[in-house]
Design a protein around this ligand. Structure first.
Ligand code: PMV
Length: 317
C-alpha cells in the first residue's frame, strides 16, 4: 500500500493556548524540530458509495472520540475542497506509544497529506500546513522537516508553518520513558483550563513570543547552549502557567530526571538540555557526539534516540 509519511515534531518553543478553537489559531508562534524515527503512515481511499468514514489504525477500526476527531477533520477537508466522498483511512503509527507520547502531530499531518493525495489536489506545503492545523495545532509543523516555525498569524491564511534556513545534522533528541501511562488531561482541555485560570497567561504569551528571534539566531548558529537554555525556559514558562491553573503533568520521577540532566551538564560539561510537553516524559536535546555519554549517565531511564527528520514523504509499509 502507498502511504503518506509524517514525522513527529518536538517544540523547542512551545504552543500552549488557542485564540480560536475552531481553527486552532495559537497565541504563540512556536518553533520545533522534526524527529526522524517516530512517524505515522496513512493511506486514504475515497469510497463514493459509503455513508460514513472508516478509520483503521494499526489494523483496528477506530470508534468513539478518536474516530470522531479524524472524521471531523475529514469533514473540514471535504468542505475546503468542495468534495463529498467518505474515506477509508488506513494508518500505521510508528510512535513511541509505550511512552505515552502523543501522535496527533504526525497523525493529522499524514491524514491531511493523504487526503489531498487521494483527491488528486495540488497544494503547496504552506497550504498543507494550514489544513493540517485544522486537525491538530502541532500537526501544522509536521508537514516540514528540519527546524520549523509556525507563525501564529491572525486568521486561517496567516497561521502556517515553514522550514527555517537551519542546517544542523548533529542535533539529537533523546526520548525518555518516565511514565508510560497515557496523559490524563488532553492538551486541548489543558490549554483551555490554563487560559481561563492562569493569572500570568498574558505575560507568558508575551515572554514566549519574545523568544522567537533569539531562538532562530541560536539555531542558525548551531549553538546548542543558547538553544538549550531557550528550550528549557520555554518549557518551564509553559509549566508555570499550567501549575497556576492547577495542572500537574509531571511525576516525581520527571523532576528527579530534570535534576540529573542539570547535574550532567554542570559536572560533566556535556551540553544536554530538556524539554517536555503535556506529560511526564522528558525529551533531551544534545549533539551526536554526546549521545552515548548521556545514555551511559542515565542507566535507569529507557531512551530512544532520534535525529532531525524530513517533511511529508511518500512511503510504502
Ligand atoms: O496540537 P496539540 O494538541 O498536540 O498540542 C501540542 C502542545 C504541546 O505539545 C504541549 C506543545 C507544542 O507546541 O507541541
Amino acid at each position: 500500500m502507498k502511504y503518506k509519511r509524517a514525522n513527529v515534531n518536538i517544540a523547542i518553543l512551545k504552543y500552549w493556548g488557542k485564540v480560536n478553537n475552531l481553527i486552532n489559531l495559537p497565541y504563540q508562534t512556536s518553533i520545533s524540530v522534526t524527529a526522524d524515527n517516530f512517524y505515522t503512515l496513512t493511506n486514504i481511499e475515497l469510497d463514493p458509495k459509503a455513508n460514513k468514514d472508516i478509520v483503521i489504525l494499526d489494523g483496528k477500526a477506530l470508534s468513539g472520540i478518536s474516530f470522531t476527531r479524524v472524521s471531523h477533520h475529514l469533514d473540514a477537508l471535504r468542505k475546503h475542497f468542495k468534495r463529498k466522498e467518505y474515506c477509508i483511512v488506513n494508518s500505521i503509527n510508528r510512535v513511541f506509544i509505550k511512552a505515552g507520547y502523543a501522535s496527533s502531530a504526525s497523525g493529522f499531518a499524514a491524514l491531511t497529506a493523504a487526503y489531498v493525495d487521494a483527491i488528486g489536489a495540488k497544494v503547496s506545503k504552506k497550504e498543507l500546513s494550514q489544513l493540517a492545523r485544522l486537525g491538530s495545532g502541532s500537526a501544522t509543523r509536521s508537514i516540514h522537516g528540519g527546524f520549523v516555525i509556525w507563525h501564529r498569524g491572525k486568521n486561517h491564511e496567516t497561521s502556517f508553518a515553514e522550514k527555517l534556513p537551519v542546517k544542523w545534522p548533529e542535533f539529537r533528541m533523546l526520548f525518555t520513558i518516565v511514565d508510560p501511562s497515557v496523559k490524563k488531561i488532553s492538551s486541548r482541555v489543558g490549554m483551555q483550563i490554563t487560559i481561563e485560570k492562569a493569572k500570568s497567561y498574558a505575560d507568558y504569551v508575551k515572554q514566549s513570543n519574545e523568544s522567537v528571534e533569539p531562538l532562530i539566531e541560536a539555531l542558525k548558529n548551531n549553538d546548542i547552549d543558547a538553544t538549550g537554555r531557550i528550550a528549557e525556559r520555554a518549557a518551564e514558562l509553559m509549566r508555570n502557567v499550567m501549575l497556576e491553573a492547577g495542572l500537574e503533568y509531571h511525576t516525581p520521577t520527571t523532576q528527579q530526571l530534570i535534576q540529573k540532566v542539570k547535574a550532567i551538564r554542570s559536572k560533566h560539561k556535556i551540553p544536554v538540555y530538556y524539554t517536555f510537553d503535556a506529560g511526564p516524559n522528558l525529551i533531551l536535546f544534545t549533539l551526536e557526539e554526546y549521545v552515548n555519554e548521556v545514555i551511559r549517565l542515565l542507566p535507569e531511564v529507557e531512551i530512544s534516540v532520534s535525529g532531525v527528520g524530513g517533511g511529508i514523504t511518500n512511503a510504502n509499509s
